[in-house]
Design a binder for this molecule. Structure first.
Ligand code: RB5
Length: 158
């Protein structure tokens, strides 16, 4: 289940992403907004992020004008690793190396076809684990109020 949320700047792009999810056979839950009236993106981004953090949804896609506001909101929720992307390479690597569980897109930054390409590759790419799992664990240690500075693990390779 993919959580979706957008603000008034991104309603049309959310419809396009819903079309992509339908094409890919992926179910979604839309946390709003549902109308083109100016609104506060944190209200919708937080709902979608909490659904991912709780396990109600597996991953999520957030869209606002730049993707920045939504990504900032999502990354305040414990357990969320949200990346804002305007090209597919970072979207792919964010899955392979960072195990991102939310993607943020900027409807005023990228065109529809590029946004769908970014979302598709992000949805299709798996986390590699291994040494990257250690690094994600270090991020989680900071998130939980600890530190990663005392972390001991094999030497970093790349
Ligand atoms: C709305 O004007 C805009 O600020 C919002 O969509 C988003 O870009 C915020 O980061």
């Amino acid at each position: 289940m993919i959580a979706l949320a957008c603000d008034h700047a991104a309603l049309e792009m959310k419809r396009e992403i819903i079309g992509l999810l339908d094409d890919m056979g992926l179910a979604y839950k839309d946390f709003g907004t549902y109308e083109a009236v100016s609104c506060h993106y944190p209200l919708y981004g937080e709902r979608a992020a909490r659904a991912v953090a709780s396990g109600e949804c597996d991953r999520g896609i957030l869209i606002c004008g730049t993707g920045i506001g939504m990504s900032l909101v999502a990354n305040k929720v414990a357990g969320i690793r949200c990346v804002v992307c305007s090209e597919p390479y970072s979207a792919q690597l964010s899955r392979m190396h960072n195990d991102t569980n939310m993607l943020a897109l900027g409807a005023r930054v990228v065109g529809t076809e590029l946004a769908k390409m970014i979302a598709r590759i992000w949805l299709q790419t798996a986390f590699e684990g291994g040494r990257h799992q250690n690094r994600v664990d270090m991020i989680t240690a900071i998130e939980q109020g600890g530190t990663c500075l005392l972390y001991t693990s094999p030497s970093p390779r790349d």
